[in-house]
Design a protein around this ligand. Sequence first.
Ligand code: NAD
Length: 291
Amino acid sequence: MHKIIDGKVVAEKVLAECGQEIESLKKAGVVPGLAVVLVGNDPASKVYVGSKVRKCSELGLYSRKIELPEDATQQEVLDVVLDLNADPQIHGILVQSPPPPQIDEDAIVRAINPAKDVDGFHPENVAKLALEDASGFVPCTPAGCMRLLKEAGVETSGAEAVVIGRSMIVGKPMALLLMSKDGNATVTVAHSRTKDLAAVCQRADIIVAAIGMPEFVTADMVKEGAVVIDVGINRVEDSSAKRGYRLVGDVAYDEVVSKCSAITPVPGGVGPMTIAMLISNTIKAARQSLA
Ligand code: NAD
């Protein structure tokens, strides 16, 4: 029996919890506020920023979109971040990635007040995650994956987990969460230099795929009964689709689905969770600002 983990349903649940929190914060006189900074014209970034701002207004959060031109300078972006750091209406700041090449993204992330870093990319929050300090912000996508595992009733404690990918956005924080005292899994992190990835994956009770390659994880790599979390979002050409492409994950869903006990689809799995966890982090930032 395999179970399709419905990310839309779990994201709605997270957002419903957020709705209650927003109401109680409003009673305490605080409207959580998120600022989203978009530098340049990247079409995918525009879509992401649009949906983040829309979700905020649906939920009654205050949000502000700040758009800077493609040729914005490092100082201009920094000035925006420093203004937002000082703005009491803003509890969360997000600078949409990737910025144009003249922008030093790491320096921008380091300039964000860690107490407002709702993406969880600032070194202080990375350290807090490693230290299991609950006051930090956990990156939204891996936080969403953990919530999906919990909601699907997957036992992570003692499980063999293989995370494929070691990025700071997904792979590394995912591994830290799984090995934390909350996750208690035995974690292997695989990456582009891993030898015999198929053999490594075959050991796994839980596979988290964050590679960025369409349908990379195939059925022969998956143990019977494993749980598969597919973080990948890849466009592949499809002349029968209206836009000329369709979205697929990093897992060859059609052949893996019958082998595993639970799996996230793409779209509709991890994707909807990322924005829900961003809202949740913004509320946490607002709550912590009261302390
Ligand atoms: P990345 O490019 O930063 O990292 C990819 C990782 O895959 C690297 O660590 C690399 O070592 C590893 N890798 C590359 N080739 C490999 C191979 N042959 N074998 C094993 N490992 C290999 O990507 P990322 O930012 O971590 O994103 C990964 C995927 O997740 C992308 O498809 C991205 O679009 C998607 N993503 C989705 C969400 C979401 O909200 N669902 C959020 C972030 C990223």
